[in-house]
Design a protein around this ligand. Sequence first.
Ligand code: HEC
Length: 135
Amino acid sequence: MNKASWSGIFLVVIGLVLGSAMAFGVYQVEAAARARRTPETVSPLSPPAPIALQADAGDPIRGAPLYDHACAGCHGTLGNSDRPLHGPLLNVYYPDDGVLAAIVRQGYGTMPLTDKQDLSDQDVADVIAVIRTFP
Ligand code: HEC
């Protein structure tokens, strides 16, 4: 074979290697996204009916330390999945504030309830405001 056909083969091989590397990279990124958002990480229970809180509009700045104290141990700080449990999904799958309030107040499956001695209605509204800042 002459020099031109060798360089042709060389280019095809380089193209195949780079192409598979890129496909593999895209696959990895997609798999990571699926792992974060897979429906299996949502509780199989049906969500409770929404309840109303006796509170002003939630304040995410006030709520941040309350979330860290009352929820992050099980659900992850900033909901970015540094804990296995539901962290990134709270905002996405629970868009209704009243349903979030009911889950906190009444408990949910194996999750213990939080009463008014632990978090006031205003505290819960502030925690929900923090969750609304999550991805
Ligand atoms: C002791 C650990 C623990 C704490 C603390 C905790 N949770 Fe949970 N939470 C759970 C568990 C476990 C579940 C799943 C319940 C089930 O499916 O049986 C859950 C489920 C939820 C769900 C439903 C998500 C889903 O689809 O599974 C929401 C919303 C939620 N918690 C919000 C909160 C909020 C807000 C706080 C803070 C006020 C909080 N949780 C504190 C353990 C906890």
